[in-house]
Design a protein around this ligand. Structure first.
Ligand code: SF4
Length: 279
């Protein structure tokens, strides 16, 4: 059956990644935050350096936020550093420095949403669940619903039904295997079905290989851009980058009032007189 096949494929072909060599929930949580919006290859060296600096929930909770944002350099989307540090504060204050394994308790912690809660249950605590990340949604939608089904249309009841057929002992390997399959074989653009270990179970095979257009996985971004077409996200990253080495005169950020206001609102920066610095 499909779960056994996926698990065996992962055992034989899964990528060797540092967060797959640990069962420490802290290290696994750090990887989950980093992987949310950053490619695996980029994360690996930065993950190792971050853990050297902050080896535990306690170390991270005790660190000044500005230092953690500095250590996030190279990963982008700096709010994740703020969220991760706040999560560490919650784990230390409310759970004595041990991440809870229960989904309801996880969801009450700062910075943990439905995807991360499920991912932590699977990867940190080896529970039965399917973490609904982009790759898993795409692969499972293709496998169970066919080539025209929209992976964006998340249906919690259907997802729960798929989960209920997954043996708990295979949960970890299946989730990791689906991540790898989505990243290397069942890609968004053009799936490589002839290399796929689960093609015989797949409702999209072989039709998907001859389809001209596949359902789009990403909704169009509705992001604010400046007159040159540069989105706020890029400006936010540039401001934080400039502040990593110290405070900067407010005047250097002329024309970025809205970006500064949003960073201030998010608690990433603060103003001191006519200077701006990391919060
Ligand atoms: Fe994806 Fe093709 Fe494999 Fe189906 S057979 S899971 S569409 S790669």
């Amino acid at each position: 059956m499909i779960w056994k096949t996926l698990s065996a494929w992962y055992r034989a072909h899964g990528r060797d990644l540092p967060w797959r060599r640990t069962d420490d929930p802290y290290r696994i949580a750090v990887s989950e935050f980093m992987l949310q919006q950053t490619q695996v290859d980029r994360v690996v060296p930065l993950y190792r350096a971050f853990l050297k600096k902050y080896p535990s929930w306690k170390a991270l909770a005790a660190a000044p936020q500005a230092d953690v944002v500095r250590a996030w350099k190279g990963l982008g989307y700096n709010m994740r550093a703020v969220r991760l540090r706040k999560l560490a504060e919650g784990v230390v204050a409310d759970f004595g420095g041990r991440l809870p394994a229960d989904e309801d308790a996880l969801l009450k912690l700062y910075g943990i949403g439905p995807y991360t809660a499920r991912a932590l249950r699977v990867f940190a605590f080896r529970q039965r669940a399917l973490a609904p990340d982009t790759n898993l949604r795409r692969v499972l939608t293709r496998v169970f619903k066919g080539p025209k089904a929209d992976p964006k249309a998340f249906d919690a009841r259907t997802w729960a039904r798929w989960e209920s057929t997954l043996p708990e002992t295979l949960s970890y390997d299946v989730n990791q295997g689906l991540m790898d399959l989505g990243a290397t074989v069942c890609k968004a653009g053009r799936p490589r079905c002839f290399e796929c270990p689960v093609s015989r179970f797949c409702a999209s095979f072989p039709k998907i290989m001859t389809m001209k257009e596949l359902p789009r996985q990403k909704a169009a971004r509705t992001e604010h851009v400046d007159a040159a077409g540069v989105p706020d996200r890029i400006h936010r990253g540039r401001v934080i980058e400039a502040l990593r080495s110290g405070s900067v005169a407010l005047g250097k950020f002329a024309g970025l009032a809205r970006v500064l206001a949003s960073l201030e609102k998010d608690g990433l920066i603060k103003r001191r007189g006519d200077r701006v610095l990391l919060a």
